[in-house]
Design a protein. Structure first.
Length: 137
């Protein structure tokens, strides 16, 4: 028994769109079929994790770049940071060349002139409280 194209591929998790149509040419009805595309079912193994809220302090412009990069990829800041850290823990590079180009552009846009050489030399300045700011006016 001959199975149709879509049925054979659906069993393997692939849905090929084989479009059947009638074309009228010169008054004659010509039934034709043509390949229109392939949809691949993505089966992902989801890992259940427990996330906690954290109050991490970070350099302001660095945070802006990270948030913009996460937004560009339509992901949360937390998901981005988890990915970066998990790659780093495995000794892998978390970004491909096009992502590094995007980060370079975002660093220019947000005037972030820090690189990895600054990582152990950052010292936080004391932010002025609202009371001190109003007293200066």
């Amino acid at each position: 028994m001959k199975r149709d194209y879509n049925q054979r591929h659906a069993e393997s998790g692939i849905l090929a769109l084989l479009v059947k149509s009638n074309i009228f040419a010169g008054g004659a009805k010509l039934p034709i079929s043509w390949y229109h595309g392939t949809l691949v079912a993505m089966i992902e193994d989801k890992l259940l994790v427990e996330r906690v809220q954290t109050g991490v302090r970070m350099e302001k412009r660095l945070l802006k770049v990270l948030k913009a990069f996460a937004e560009y990829h339509d992901m949360t800041l937390g998901d981005l940071l988890e990915g970066i850290v998990l790659h780093a823990f495995d000794g892998k590079v978390p970004f491909n060349p096009s992502s590094l180009d995007r980060i370079r552009d975002l660093k220019k846009f947000y005037d972030l002139d820090l690189d990895s050489s600054a990582s152990h030399r950052l010292k936080e300045i004391k932010a002025k409280t609202a009371r001190k700011r109003s007293a200066e006016k």
